[in-house]
Structure formats: C-alpha cells, structure tokens
Design a protein around this ligand. Sequence first.
Ligand SMILES: O=C(O)[C@H](O)[C@@H](O)[C@H](O)[C@H](O)COP(=O)(O)O
Length: 289
Amino acid sequence: MSPLLVHWLILKQLFFDKHQVRLIVLQVYCLHKTVRMSGRRVVVFPSAAELGPALAHLVASRADKALLDHGRFSLGLSGGSLVSMLSKELPALPDLDCSHWLAGFCDERLVPFNDGESTYGLYKNQLFSKINIPDSGVLVIDPSLSVQECAEDYARKLKEAFPKEDIPVFDLLLLGMGPDGHTCSLFPDHPLLEETQKIVAPIDDSPKPPPQRVTMTFPMVNLARCVVFVSTGGSKAPVLKQVLEGGEGPALPAARVVPSHGELFWLIDEPAAASLTLQVERPGSAAKL
Ligand SMILES: O=C(O)[C@H](O)[C@@H](O)[C@H](O)[C@H](O)COP(=O)(O)O
C-alpha cells in the first residue's frame, strides 16, 4: 500500500466522518474538473524563462504523438515573442527530429522574406536554420502576390498539404495574443471574425502594421487537435482577465479560440496572471503538459 494512502487512511480515521470524506472527495473532483475538464488549461509559470522549456516539451510530446498516429507532425507558428522562445528552446531539446514536420503560419505579413517584418524570415534565420526541418516541410506564402491572391494561394497550398481533409486539421497551433485581444491577424470588431467559408483570409486594413496580411480563420483554428497560447508580461494582465474570465461586450478574438475537439492551453507567466481569479495550474518549470 502506498505511504500516501496509509497517511490518508489514518487521517480519515482520526478526523473525518463519512460525510466529511464524501465532501472532500467531491471538492477535489470539482477542482480537478474546473482546472482540467473544462477543456482549457491555464498554466502559470514564475517567468517566461521557465515557461519556455515547458512549451518546448509540449511541442515535442505532441510531435511524438502525431508521428505515431499519422507519421507527420503539423505545426502552426505565430510571430511575436514565440519566435525567440521557440528558437531558443526547441534546438536545445535532445534528439529533436523534425524531418517529418510540416510547419505553417497561423498568420503572415505580406512583406518580402528578407524584410525584418516577415514572420517566415525570422523563423528561417532563428529556428529553421538550427533544426532538421526540410525546406519542403515549411509552407510559406507568396509575398509577390496581391493580398487577395496570396490568401487564395496559401489556402490552396494548405489544402494540398492536407489532401484527406476538407479543412486542414493541424496537430498543434501556437498562438500569441496582442494587448487588444487579437490573435492570428484576427482583430477586435473586424468583419473577418465572422468568416465561415474561407480557411485563410486576406486582411488589408490590419490595425497593427504592416496592414496587409493573410490569416487562418476561426473555422480552421478551432479544428486543430491542440491550440497553445503563450502570453507573458504584466502588460497582458488586463486583457488576459477579460479573455479568460469574460467581461462586457463581445468576446475578444482570442476568447473565440475554442477548439471543437482539441486541447486548449494558455501558458502564461505570473505578471500576466496578476489579475486572474480563476483556478489555474502552477506546475513549476519541470512541467510536462
Ligand atoms: O503579427 C503580429 O503583429 C504579431 O505576430 C502579433 O500578432 C503577436 O503575435 C502578438 O501581438 C503577441 O505578441 P507577443 O508574443 O510578443 O506577446
């Protein structure tokens, strides 16, 4: 018998009657249900430095699972701080094999690849050059096209890469969230939030520069097997509270990411979590998610 169980049985004998035991079990169950079984896990790390390795392990574990299940791991990337975090942490994993990975972009800015604003350009220099992902394993936009054509071209590339599915189902999408609650290039109050037909849409009036971008839409994002938001820093605290706990007015774009069948993680640090009152997980840096 495990020592924990022995302790519990002694405690139970000494202090609790049957009714109290039932209550405690019910409370533990409810807590577990709130934290885990709502389908969304909010996981708080002391700092971004501790969050990074846990994110890398999560990526590697979902990659292992996907490779076993269907021989390929499809990963959707976003810009922002994710670029440097992934570029630091993924190559540091021992034995990471990316030869059967397919990397796409949750959104991309319509600028040449050698422009400092190109998300692909950043990943190419900082991450792809350090891991063994083949060039053919990276799905990129064609920045020479108009924004409309670019979105159509990128949607076609995605559909070709997922021939068995009407709408591509990514194994893992990594998302960031802006201080206005945007994610991908889906901005608050923008008509693209209501898009139901296209899997990738053009946007030429992005409130955050550069104005021309292409973006995955909610119908595609919400089909992913796993979606992970990464949000760090005290400046994100107010919007995180609104997104995770609700507030006045229509739901912000990041709050509308609710995978229909997949997992949803919010990996955040303590400064970003400062205003939250909901139940969160605080697993420490060695977290295996
Ligand atoms: O295309 C963009 O303009 C950025 O990529 C942007 O959408 C970013 O992902 C979020 O603002 C989160 O940024 P952080 O990861 O730095 O919080």
